[in-house]
Design a protein around this ligand. Structure first.
Ligand code: AMP
Length: 640
């Protein structure tokens, strides 16, 4: 096994495995604690497990106060930038002052430890300060992506029982002011537990106002006049936030992350996988509405003393150079991005990259979906000219931070494009069948994790039974954490993801992952994006149905279609039978950019797509449906 050849990785792995509790007790010192824990780990299944039981800490204290105490208050903490060219920089001391004011204001509004507040705001300093302020007083923040509609927002406000909702008049997107307040009003209709809505006004635009319930940001701040902004020490297992999963396959689940275990995990993983440190100008291109935004725009970079960039807007607005321009402007040293962003930039080619000085960059890390080798290759070779590594790594909202990855911060392992690399030290995985049998090396199965680790959510908010059933009782006879992803492990111990477990396509007894087919399609120069699913076939059990988005300058044609089908055949062999291939202008995706294959499946089976509250563009479903029906009509025409 390759990773075992690396002495540094091996030493850390051996140390965790020898005595996980001792190891995590030592590692927990990445945080400052007000009181040391009594017990490192405790689990009486099916109850919640607990880490660092009886220990007291606070993530806001760790993100701000301790740096100031160490004399680093003058360093840059937060760089806010938006697509309109506005920039605001804050030192650690300035962030601290803003956060303590907001913490006092929250107290003035009657917010107590354990209370939930919903934040439906764009990526902006005020929203980030509010997250930290909630954490500071032991309240729980529930950030809802400001691109979601009323239904998704209302559901999360209701499920979390938030007393306060914070919003802004608008968010900036592709040159437009996108209004938010009326969405909040619609979402809150009928929710009597919400006491107040606090609105940050960024423009002079008119917004609907409910007297008595709605407060301006200034009114809210004024509530803090008589209050303290001091930190509240919280027990390690007290939640810091609730975050919904992206809902690619089902009704979103509300994960719960804690001050202790989560804090230790995301900081450690930032060191192990990203080598994140206090010299970094770090840019996670995500949104505070996602787990990546929580862990790697806000908490871990600040806890490690780095400067973190929060960017509001589209990466390709006003043009594709926006992305590269920001790297040059701030001397960005590390980037965390997602395959959807890489594929977006790839549509414009590498020329815009070469007009900018990217020499400050030392690594790019990428997660969210598999980084298809053609996309990896483009970024690694064409854009970065092999000067710095592009590192794929795998995790979930549930895990808080990386779980499988290249331990670049310990020692970089050889990159195999298309593989997320190895289970990080302390993570023990298995690849199993639905029935719980281990599958041999090299064969696809379901990825499960053998035991809890500090970052893993230990419940779902208000749905502990669903948590136990969906994650720990899913594989018969084995108490393992069910990731829901299909993967195989190669002879070097590298993990290769092939799609969600319930999306693996079975063609005449051969199991093909949807991702593998999408990657094969992406090797063709005309393809910008592809979404693949299986459809029943009398002869073979299943065949593939593909939806393809072309790059600018390419037109759909029968010849191109045949070429694409041939490309897949060449890449994956004759077993990869494409039954249908349709050209579309966009794919159904979650707002975080993940392709929703279950929606494609519903389209081809002519079924209701189910919960699509998290979808990016509803029009994409209609378009896929129309393309599919056209194709079927053509096929019928050919038959008759
Ligand atoms: P969510 O927590 O809802 O944002 O999504 C987590 C899911 O995203 C995982 O279960 C995977 O299906 C997918 N995912 C995230 N990162 C990767 C990666 N590097 N490779 C493959 N799949 C990934």
């Amino acid at each position: 096994m390759v990773e075992l050849l690396n002495p540094v990785v091996r030493r850390v792995r051996d140390e965790v495995d020898e005595s996980p509790e001792q190891f995590w007790a030592k590692q927990a010192r990445v945080l400052d604690w007000f009181r040391t824990w009594d017990k490192v780990f405790e689990w009486n299944f099916p109850e919640r497990y607990r880490w660092f039981v009886g220990g007291y800490t606070n993530l806001c204290y760790n993100a701000l106060d301790r740096h100031i105490a160490a004399g680093k208050g003058g360093r840059t903490a937060l760089i806010y930038a938006n697509e309109r060219g506005e920039r605001r920089l804050y030192t650690y001391m300035q962030v601290y002052r803003e956060v303590t004011k907001l913490a006092a204001a929250l107290r003035g509004m009657g917010v107590e430890p354990g209370d939930r507040i919903t934040i439906y705001m764009p990526v902006c300093p005020e929203a980030i300060f509010l997250m930290l302020a909630a954490a500071r007083i032991g309240a729980i923040h529930v950030v809802v992506f400001a691109g979601f509609g009323a239904q998704a927002l209302g559901g999360r406000v209701e499920a979390s029982g938030s007393k306060l909702v914070f919003t802004a008049d608008v968010t900036y997107r592709k040159g437009k002011n996108v209004p938010l307040k009326h969405i909040v009003d619609e979402a809150l209709a009928g929710l009597s537990h919400v006491e107040h809505v606090v609105v940050l006004r960024r423009t002079g635009e008119d917004i609907p106002w409910t007297e008595g319930r709605d407060l301006t940001w200034e009114d809210f701040l004024a509530k803090g006049a008589e209050q303290s902004g001091d930190v509240t020490p919280v027990e390690a297992n007290d939640p810091v936030f609730i975050m919904a999963t992206s809902g690619t396959t089902a009704r979103p689940k509300l994960t719960v992350h804690t001050h202790g275990g989560y804090g230790v995990w995301i900081t450690t993983m930032a060191q192990w996988v990203f080598a994140l440190n206090d010299q970094d100008v770090w840019w996670a291109t995500s949104d505070i509405g996602w787990i990546v935004g929580h862990s790697y725009i806000v908490y871990a970079p600040l806890m490690l003393g780095a400067a973190t960039i929060a960017y509001e807007g589209a990466l390709d607005y006003p043009g594709p150079e926006a992305f590269y321009q920001l790297i040059e402007e701030f001397g960005v040293t590390g980037i965390f991005t997602a395959p959807t962003a890489v594929r977006l930039l790839m549509r414009y080619g590498a020329a815009p990259a070469h007009e900018h000085d990217l020499r400050s960059l030392t690594r790019v890390v990428c997660a969210g979906e598999p980084l298809n080798p053609p996309a990896w290759e483009w970024l690694q070779k064409k854009v970065l000219r092999d000067r710095v590594p592009v590192i794929d790594h795998w995790w979930q909202t549930e895990t808080g931070g990386p779980v499988i990855g290249n331990p670049y911060g310990l020692a970089m392992l050889p990159i195999k494009p298309g593989s997320a690399t190895i289970p990080l030290p302390g993570i023990h995985i298995r690849i199993v069948t639905q029935e719980g049998e281990d599958v041999p090396t090299g064969e696809k199965g379901i990825l499960v994790i053998e035991r809890p680790f500090p970052g893993l959510t230990s419940t779902l908010w208000g749905e502990h039974d669903r948590y136990v059933k969906d994650y720990w009782q899913r594989i018969p006879g084995r108490r393992v954490y069910f990731t829901g992803d299909a993967a195989h492990v190669d002879e070097d111990g590298y993990v290769w993801f092939s799609g969600r477990a319930d999306e693996v396509v079975n063609i005449a007894g051969h199991r093909i992952g949807t991702i593998e087919v999408e990657t094969a399609l992406l090797t063709h120069p005309a393809v910008a994006e592809a979404g693949v699913t299986g459809r029943p076939d009398q002869l073979r059990g299943e065949v593939l149905a593909a939806f393809v988005v072309l790059k600018p300058g390419y037109e759909p044609s029968e010849t191109l279609k045949q070429e694409l089908i041939e490309t897949v055949r060449k890449e994956l062999g004759p077993i990869a039978v494409i039954g249908e291939l349709s050209f579309v202008s966009m794919l159904p995706k979650t707002r975080s950019g993940k392709i929703m294959r279950r929606v494609l499946k519903a389209v081809i089976l002519d079924k209701d797509p189910g919960d699509i509250t998290t979808i990016e563009e509803e029009g994409s479903v209609e378009e896929a449906r129309a393309a599919w029906q056209r194709l079927k009509a053509e096929q019928r025409g050919e038959e008759s």
